[in-house]
Design a protein. Structure first.
Length: 398
């Protein structure tokens, strides 16, 4: 409250603004930051004397201080009212003492467990994909066994690695056996078809021999027919036999050709079986390589996140009696930071930070930019307590 005796229009409440001034009727802005009440009264008298009031008498008193903020490793961080002579130790006491709430610790532990679960899942996937890649590579190259890569450097249970490799070995043997069985089943048709072709050719040769004999018989009958010694019906029967033999030869040649076509079809089916098999293996191998590439990106990030949460849990659950104390104070338009001790005297509007505000996570870019250019001041730079400090919400002078 600013009172100018005998001048009620010039008296009233005034609030210290962000620039550290109070605004009064007629005279406008008067500096108030870092001044005692006596110095503030003198400044108002000096501003009134020349033009407005002759020999003014001014009285100023503080009705309400700006609150302080206590953040960081305290049990109940928040906003607290300022009192004359308030120290850092008293502010910490008001905030419940150094430490963190069970809710904070529980949340940090839950985040750590989730990060740990994700790392384990990704590590498992990594081992599985490495073993699968080794199996697919062996299948693609028609190897007799799998050459697994060395996984001793992977932070994973060796027994579990062996189990995964054994599973891939079984799958490798089963796939090779399945392809071999299908191939052998098709190849077993070759001897039967080849025997059938040979039999048809032998029958065809016999029919050709029979046709040759029958043609000799026809020639003889033709000679007899010229001399009138052969019967026409017998000659016709011999000619009919020749037609039958020619039909048999054509049928046998056709059957032999069909058998040869079946041989070609079986060969094609064997080639197609192997091509489909290799295409499937190549596709799975590409997908596995893609999955390993994705893991090479996500796994390091998951490890860093788990380490960050682990540090946070360790930081929140250990004794923080030696935690660093920082006091952030507004000086006009500049933030000044003090490395403080527990007996550091606070001013209205101060921000008391106990330990890192974010123990493990990097500070957001927005927060860094807000404090860019702020001074770092040692304890020795603290001035005497002032009547008003320009900090939000501003102190009210009355």
């Amino acid at each position: 409250m600013v009172t100018v005796f005998g001048q009620p229009d010039l008296s009233g409440e005034a609030t210290v603004d962000q620039s550290g001034h109070i605004r009064l009727p007629l005279i406008g802005d008067v500096q108030a930051v870092n001044l005692t009440l006596t110095e503030l009264e003198g400044g108002i008298v000096k501003a009134l004397t020349p033009d407005y009031v002759r020999n003014p008498t001014v009285s100023a008193r503080i009705a309400e201080y700006s609150p302080i903020y206590v953040l960081g490793l305290v049990r109940t961080p928040g906003l607290y009212p300022y009192r004359e002579g308030l120290s850092v130790l008293a502010a910490i006491a008001r905030a419940g003492g150094i430490g963190t709430s069970e809710a904070q610790q529980g949340a940090a532990l839950g985040s750590l467990l989730q990060a740990e679960e994700r790392v384990r899942l990704l590590e498992t996937n990594r081992v599985v994909f490495l073993a699968k890649r080794a199996r697919l590579t062996a299948l693609q190259n028609d190897q007799d066994k799998i050459d697994f890569s060395d996984m001793s450097g992977i932070a994973f249970d060796p027994a579990r690695i062996s189990q995964i490799q054994e599973s891939e070995q079984l799958a490798f043997a089963a796939e090779r056996q399945a392809v071999q069985q299908e191939t052998e089943a098709l190849e077993q048709q070759f001897p039967r078809l080849e025997a059938e072709i040979a039999s048809l050719k032998r029958q065809s040769n016999l029919e050709l021999t029979q046709r040759g004999l029958n043609r000799e018989l026809i020639t003889d009958y033709e000679q007899l027919a010229k001399s009138g010694l052969a019967r026409k019906s017998t000659y016709i029967e011999v000619r009919r036999e020749e037609a039958r033999i020619d039909g048999n030869i054509g049928r046998l040649e056709s059957d032999a050709l069909k058998a040869e076509l079946l041989v070609g079809e079986v060969r094609f089916r064997i080639a197609e079986l192997r091509n489909v098999y290799h295409r499937r293996v190549s596709t799975e191998l590409r997908e596995t390589e893609r999955s390993l590439l994705e893991l090479s990106v996500s796994l390091p990030a998951a490890h860093r996140l788990r380490a960050a949460y682990a540090r946070q849990v360790g930081y929140l659950t250990t004794d923080q009696t030696q935690a660093a104390i920082t006091v952030i104070r507004t000086n006009g338009t500049t933030n000044v930071r003090y490395e403080a001790a527990v007996d550091f005297q606070l001013r209205p509007g101060d921000i008391v930070q106990i330990g890192p505000l974010f123990p493990t996570m990097s500070e957001p870019a927005g927060d860094r930019s807000a404090e860019k250019g702020a001074e770092i001041a040692p304890h020795s730079r603290q001035g005497s307590a002032a009547a008003g400090v320009a900090s939000p919400p501003a102190a009210t002078i009355n």
